[in-house]
Structures are given as C-alpha cells and as structure tokens.
Write a protein that binds this ligand. Sequence first.
Ligand SMILES: Nc1ncnc2c1ncn2[C@@H]1O[C@H](COP(=O)(O)OP(=O)(O)OP(=O)(O)O)[C@@H](O)[C@H]1O
Length: 769
Amino acid sequence: MATKGHPINSGSKTSLQMMPSGSTSNNRARYVNPVTKIRSLIHNLDSELGLLCGQCSVRKPPQIGSNINVSIHNRRQGELGSGANAQQRISSHYYQESINKLLARTSSTSTSGSGTTTRMPLAPDAQKRQMWNVYRKRVTDAYRNRKIFTVHGNYHTVRRALLRRGWVEKLPASRYTNLQSMSEDSLLENARKGNDYESVIISKMINNFPSFFIWQGKGQRDLFSEVGLVGCAEQESWYREDGVCGMSYPRFYRLGGNSVEERMAFIDDYQHTQARSLLHYIMEHKPAELIDTDNGTIMSSHLDLALTKVKQMVRQAQHCSLDDARAKPPTPTEVVETHTFMVQSAEVLKSMAKFRVNETVMKEYIRLATQYIGQIEALRPDYRWDGSRNLWILKPGYQSQGIGIVIRNSLDEILQWTSSNQSRKYIVQKYIERPYLVHRTKFDIRQYMLLTIGESKVTVWTYRNCYLRFSSQEFTMDDLRESIHLTNNSVQKRYKNRLSRDPRLPSHNMWSLDQFKNHLQEVGAPENTWAKIYSGFKQNMVAVVMASLDETELVKNAFELYGCDFMLDEHYNPILIEVNATPDLSPSTEVTAKICPAAIKDCIRVVVDLAKNPLAPTGQFERAFEINYSSNKAPDVQHPLEINGKQMTIFEDLPKLKNPNRTRMLHAILSNVKVSGGRKLDKANKAPARVIKATAFAKKKQVPEQQHAGPKTILSSTTRENLALQYTAPKGFPLPERRMGGCCTFSKTLCPHFRNSKIYRNWSRNHCH
Ligand SMILES: Nc1ncnc2c1ncn2[C@@H]1O[C@H](COP(=O)(O)OP(=O)(O)OP(=O)(O)O)[C@@H](O)[C@H]1O
C-alpha cells in the first residue's frame, strides 16, 4: 500500500509491487515493483538536488526522526551532507539560497493554462505577493523539516492526517488536472485557506522537491497472483515455532501447468480424501439409513479399503514405518481396486447408494471409522476441515475478486477444468467443508497487518481490531454457487440477501469485532476464545512474513499495509485464506466507515509519529514481531554461520526393518561414516558440545576445510544425502528411495537445495499444517 511491495500477497492479485531479486527454481512469482520506478525518479531528482546543494555548499536538510519509515529519501542524507560537524560549518544562508533556487526554478518553468511560460508574480498586487511569501515559507519549512508528501488515489484520511501534522502535499499529476494547468497568477488569485487552488499552488511550488512520504496503492498486477501465498506456504515450515509463528491454510496443488508430479500428488490426495469422506459419511448417518441388506449395491469391501487407507495415513503421519512412508508404485490389482472404490464410493456420496450389510456390521464400521478418523485428525489438524463431500476450490491465476473461482468434487471435472486451459495456472485448494458459521451463514474475517522496514529490522504490526464479512445466503453443501460459498465483498455485493437468512445478521453483511465478541458470549464460547483466535492470526501473519522474506527486496523506510482474510474452523481455529496488498479501505458500510479510517490513522501513527517519538501511541496496531533482516543478506565471510550443538547419536538403536534392501542401505550408510582422528562414533557421542559448520554454507562461501573447528565426521555425498533425509527432514517426512542431488547437510535450515526439492515440497504441502 505504501512505498513498497512485499510478496506475501497471494491473492488478490493485488499487487506484489516488486520484483524480488534472484531467481529460484520453485516457480515463485516475479514481482514488479513500481516503487523502484518512483525511487529512481526521486533519485534523479535527488541527484539534481545534491548537485545544486553541492554547487551552493549547502548542508543537507535536517533529519526529523532517526528513522522515518515513510521516507525513502532518508537514504539520501549521506549524499547531501558530510556529517554533523560539516553541517554546522555550512551556513544556513547557503541552504536558504538553494531552496530559493529550487523555488525559482519551479516558478520559472511553470506553464500557464495557455501553454506559455510565466514568471513568478512580479507583485502586480501586494496581496498576491504576500500570499506567495506565505506559501514559500511554508514550502521551505516543509522541505527543511522533511514534511512533503504525495498520496496517490483517494486516500483522504491519509492526506488529512499528514496535513494535520504540518506536512505539505505535493500532488500527483492526476489530481486536480485542470487546476494544475493554470498559471500561478490565476491560482494565487483564487487561492483561499484550505481550498483546492491553494493546494495546487503549494504543490507547484514544491514540484522540484522530493516527497518524503509516498502513499500508493497497487501499481502492477503480479504475474501469477496465487503464488505469493502458495510460495509462503511452501517455506513456512522452516520458520514454524509454537505459539509464535506458523501458518494454518488449506492444502493446495498447482494444476494447469505441465507438472505431472503435481497432478499425481493431487490425484493421490483426492483418493485418500475420498476414503475419509466415505468414513465421514457413514459417521454422519444412522446405520439403518445406510444399509439395504437385500438390494444394496455397495459391498462392505469398500469400507474395508477406506479404513485401510486411513490406517495407512495414520501410520505415515506417525512416521511409524519407513516402508509405509515409501512411495511404492501401485500394483495393477491395487489400481483396479482403487478405481472400483472411487466409482462405488462416489455412488454413496452423491447418490446415497446403500451398503449390502446388516445393521450390526454397519455399527462396527461406524465405530472403527470414528476411531480412525479421530486418530488421523489428531495428527493432521487440517483434515478436521474436511467433510463427506471431497470438495475442492479451483482458483485461477491472474484473477482476483473471486473471478473464475469454482467449487468441484469430481476428480474428472477438476482435471478437465484445469487442463482445458494449459496456459492458465490453477490453484486447486481443499475446500473447507466444516467452517465455523454464524447463524448458519459463512463469513470471513478481514484483519490488517502493517509491515515496516527500518534500518535493519522488519517489524510486523497486527491490528487489534477487525471485521467480519458475511455471505448473503445461508450455508449449504447442497448448492455450490458462489453467492453461498465465496464471502469476499467483491462477490457478495452482486447478490441480494436471501430473505430466509437469519434476521440477526445485518443487511450490509458486516459485523464489527465487538458484535462478534458478543456473539461468542451468546453462544457460550470459552472466555478466552477471541484471545486465542487473535493469537492464531498473529502467528499466521508472522509466518507469512518470515516465509516471504528470502524473496523480498527490502526497501528501507518503506511500509506496506495488508488485509489478511481468515476463516475459522468449527473449533475457532483461524485458517488463512488470502493476503491482500492494497486492501479495500473504503467506508462501504457503517462497520468499515469506522474501522478503515481508524486503521489508516493508526498506520500514520506507526510510520510517522513513532519515527519521531518511540513512545508515541500506535493506536490499535501492536508490534507482533521484529525480524533482524541484516542477517538475511549475503553471507558474511568474516562471521560464518555456525550451528552449535551436540553430535547426534547415529543409529544407536538401529530400527528393525522389514525390508532387507532398505536395511542393507542403512547399514551401508552406517559403514560409510568415517570418523576423523580415529575416533569412534560412541566416543564422539560423548564429546562435549561442538560446532559443526554447514557444508552447504561453507561451500558457498569458499570457507576452507581446515577452518572447521573440532573433530569432524567425514561423509560421502550419498551418505550426506541419506542422513540429511533421515535426520534433517521435519517429523513426518517420508523417506523415499530416490536420492536428492546435492549438498544436504545436517542443517535443514541451511540447505536450500533440500528445501526446494520437489520431494520436500510435495511432502510439506501435504504435511505441514
Ligand atoms: N479453501 C477454501 N475453503 C472455503 N472457502 C474458501 C476457500 N478459499 C476461498 N474461499 C472463499 O472464497 C472467497 C474468495 O477466495 P479468495 O479470496 O482466495 O479469492 P480472490 O479471487 O482472491 O478474492 P479477492 O481478490 O476478493 O480477495 C473467500 O473469501 C472465501 O469465502
């Protein structure tokens, strides 16, 4: 929203306003940053100004705060001045002279309405001259105090907030275009306190000065809008920390491109979800409703298969058996079995086909289903959002405002839909079938997040206030139209509210946070429910920022305001749906009429007031997290990155494996471990804590081998890979027999190759929630 973009926007397609440097193989979005353009414009202006100041030996303008976030020109100060002492030596006379020159340049180059060049009013009347002098003083003061701002778009609250703080506005060319083409004479004639002519004449006078605060909305649509959040989701598990940082989002697949692997992974997930859906289905019904002992068409073997699949999922999630986790190609019999299962289970889920079993047997199936579903949902919290429909939401790239979004449950339809247009990428995301509803109506929560980028820190600010956006129709799974299932305002404003909807819901479809808190009280939610929800919001927002930092070009003293959309599951857990740069801040209803201007004012408090006064109030924004981003920069050879810790006990208790090939492989790994200096592994285990330098990192930085401190274990590349998979993969990561290329080491956090590998990505998409 402001001076810079950040690639955490997913969705809306709004605007990741920048092009992160460095390309990666993982298909992350490329963003174009209009701020860079503006920066370069200002930079040109800066150089001119610097030149002028240099000619006149003018000192730099005084600094207002140590770190005014809004000003990308703070960077310029070094160029203009040469330190405090030098500044003191330079007389203010010269400084004033340079400003006068700038002002003179403005007036000498300004054109009249007729296109002819006019001079500064040469005092045809005293009043005009007096006004000119007043404005000139205001302008010079504004420059000295670095209080010149530009606001793009109709963000009048921002304007007013800054004008109230004594800032002076430099208008963008698109504002008051008619007036901007008038001569200064005519403008002065019409200028009155606070009117548009006055704004324009002042703006013309500062035309050659840089703005120290720029507020702009989205500049350029990102190339593949969903990749932002998707990309973050792929990275976030590396930054996950209980209670601090962690994303909670529906699992997704990128379809529509040429990735066969991604398609296969989706099909696999779809089939497993179908098994759970079938079990959910029988759990949702009474045994008698499910059976027809004489004419039932569905055999109990399909329930057996569903139970087996869920059991496998539990074992995989528990990481019980390496063999279970192994990606085995299915046998032809299994393929046929699965195909039949998919057809028959669809008959049950869509047409309520009956099982040919008796009631006692069905009761036992329901008991087992409840047990297994309980187990898997305890291990995979995101599965709790699934139901008995196997629904998926298809979101096209390059689109926003809900355009092109559909909800489907048939595998064929989904694959057809996404492959019909190969050039368009689709995110196929698991549809949340069990959301928390208010009065049987779906809603989402718009939550603001502000990001400020300081000298060395990125600060995540979260807004304590938020609002709810309701669907215009009651929620039902029997009708998949957008008016019921897409709660974003851009979709819902197209529909009339269903008359049968609960009258307690407002006609404008929004609730303030206070109204929601009252509702929570009314329905008897535990007392700290909102506190928990908000804490979950914060963790998600911090995680998104952390996960996108690597790909972000950080512009110092810039900030960005985001609108994050959350849904809640049945247990009030937040689910992140979307992060929008340039959120809608228009006062469209009585709810947004309060919260939007307040959020903008508080934003100015954070980026302007706080820079001057660290104790300044920040309104409803609270500092949720601070990240020291200097550590993200190019590796520092002087201070190489180190990992402190104890050597792991490798294979002290060798797992008993069923598969002899695999056992052989693990033994081979073991025997491949050599210990330098003749030490035995068990001795090394008893050795005190030591420092291991990450191979990948050391290699990157050309750190010579002998710099490695302490005793070291030399591993072959094969061993390293296998050990990396064995020991550095997060809990639950399947251990494929395929080997990954490269340089994975003991440190998962230090190995981008591992982290970007397809194997890991596929796994993390399915397991990291
Ligand atoms: N996985 C999901 N499960 C259930 N509902 C979802 C899911 N994803 C999105 N929705 C619903 O669809 C709506 C639109 O989704 P999303 O915000 O991703 O689309 P969009 O095109 O980016 O919209 P906008 O640009 O207005 O933000 C959401 O507000 C939410 O109600």
